[in-house]
Design a protein around this ligand. Sequence first.
Ligand SMILES: Cc1cc2nc3c(=O)[nH]c(=O)nc-3n(C[C@H](O)[C@H](O)[C@H](O)COP(=O)(O)O)c2cc1C
Length: 171
Amino acid sequence: MKKGIIIQASARSEGNTSKIVTFFQENTNFDILDLNTKNINHFDYDFKNSDDDFNAVFKDIVANYKTIVFATPIYWYTMSGLLKVFLDRISDFLMKEKDIGRKLRGMNMAVISCSDYDKTFDGFTMPFVESANYLGMEYKGHCHTWSEDNKVSEETKTRLKELIVNIEKED
Ligand SMILES: Cc1cc2nc3c(=O)[nH]c(=O)nc-3n(C[C@H](O)[C@H](O)[C@H](O)COP(=O)(O)O)c2cc1C
């Protein structure tokens, strides 16, 4: 079982979120999954999208990792559309192949948000906290981040290191 995977959910692979993800990766050795490089379609009640990339991605995550770290830019006060679609698609595995969906139970979830400032918005973490609770995952916390002069800010580095300590605490 590998330690963790960072799910990078920015609409660009080399943007601000990616800088943060790189710093986090260097300090954890977690793997990175860039959702921007995957073909993951919207949830469909008839599972018409089951031949896109989601099935393989999800099965790999639940088989191989202990911790999922969602890293999302703040778009319109909330998570990116890419990440929301990813979360919606988890429903595929709550409706069919439920044994695979149940493998999320006992896994850890943490969240990194990224914008241009030290500012978060009320309610940002609620969907993550509630989803972790619903899925039987342990919520390990949220860290808001931003860059200054095109570099990861020092305050951001400190906060990310605190989140890493929290993730690595024994259950
Ligand atoms: C579509 C869109 C919506 C955004 N909405 C917000 C917002 O609601 N609040 C905010 O602080 N920043 C907002 N931003 C700014 C981004 O959060 C910020 O530039 C972030 O660092 C972008 O990360 P990225 O390069 O990985 O996309 C928005 C940017 C875009 C492109």
